[in-house]
Write a protein that binds this ligand. Structure first.
Ligand SMILES: C[S@@+](CC[C@H](N)C(=O)[O-])C[C@H]1O[C@@H](n2cnc3c(N)ncnc32)[C@H](O)[C@@H]1O
Length: 287
């Protein structure tokens, strides 16, 4: 069994290698990926003056959306493990045009005090299932909240509810070099939070109260452009680093392979409908 320190180190490497793909597709991720976090935003209902932490903020699209909601007096801090994504977020959403918006590089599992804490609320879109030690990460989140603070996060449910993800990997992988190790059991990965009972155990151990885990089925709509959609999904997935290392002919074959298997989700002329099963996780700190 791999230890937490090894998995944490593997995560740092994984996200450093994945970052160029996420940065390349940041605008697309903001647009097409919005349904992945909408339920958490609706539940939090951020308003003027709120102080909010966005955990695993990537290139900052959700952090900027939260900052708009809390303006003109609120504060939103986007936190991410990878400094190149944090730098991209700060460039995309500069503080002179987005007052109250800040970005910081940190590992939520090991971060001590987070600048800007205590927060009224924590938001996180598709990041908590990637933590090597989720109890440690969620404990940091709890400590960063004020008494009676609220958290809303989204994560993937089991793989069968997001079939497009397998299509992308199966279609692209044969044309690319080695992929990162496949997560086993509870190891971090897209489906590590599939078991809602485990999610409740993690948050309970981290000291949260009023925990709920509710299923939502969302649809990501993407334009009818098979090559671009295939490249977006390859580059933000586990094959992203191998894709960037590949030769142009290999990349073209990977895109074509992924596009072929993604055809099931395509409605020509109207575009792609990528059904995705998520959990909306909500919790609060003691009053
Ligand atoms: C799947 S991406 C989601 C990014 C963004 N929230 C979105 O929905 O577009 C997960 C993000 O979590 C970050 N992440 C992973 N482990 C982390 C950790 N231990 N601490 C902080 N961020 C982490 C990654 O660097 C990555 O940007």
């Amino acid at each position: 069994m791999t230890g937490i320190a090894d998995i944490r180190a593997r995560n740092v490497t994984f996200w450093a290698q994945a970052a160029p793909g996420w940065i390349h597709h940041a605008d697309r991720q903001d647009e097409y990926g919005r349904p992945l976090g909408a339920a958490a935003l609706d539940w939090l209902r951020p308003g003027p003056g709120d102080r909010i932490l966005d955990v695993g903020c990537g290139c900052g699209g959700t952090t900027a959306e939260l900052a708009t909601a809390v303006a003109p007096t609120g504060v939103v801090v986007g936190l991410d493990l990878d400094d190149s994504m944090v730098a991209a977020a700060a460039t995309r959403f500069p503080s002179d045009r987005h007052p109250g918006l800040r970005f910081t590089t940190a590992d939520i599992e090991t971060a001590g005090t987070i600048a800007g804490a205590p927060f009224d609320a924590v938001f996180s879109r598709m990041a908590l299932m990637l933590l090597a030690d989720p109890v440690a990460g969620c404990s940091t989140i709890r400590r960063a909240l004020r008494p009676g603070g609220r958290m809303a996060a989204t994560v993937f449910r089991d793989g069968a509810t997001s079939p497009w993800m397998h299509a992308v990997l199966l279609g692209a992988a044969p044309h690319l070099g080695p992929l990162p190790p496949m997560p086993i059991g509870d190891e971090p990965g897209p489906f590590a939070f599939a078991d809602s009972e485990r999610v409740i155990r993690i948050l309970t151990e981290a000291g949260f109260e009023a925990i709920t885990v509710q299923p939502h089925d969302v649809v990501l709509h993407a334009l009818d452009d098979p090559g671009t959609v295939a490249e977006w999904l390859i580059e933000i997935g586990p094959a992203g680093a191998a894709y960037r290392d590949a030769t142009p002919p290999q990349q073209a074959a990977a895109r074509a392979g992924a596009a072929r298997l993604l055809a099931r989700f395509r409605e020509p002329a109207s575009g792609y409908r990528l059904t995705t099963g998520i959990w909306l996780i909500t919790a609060a700190t003691a009053p």
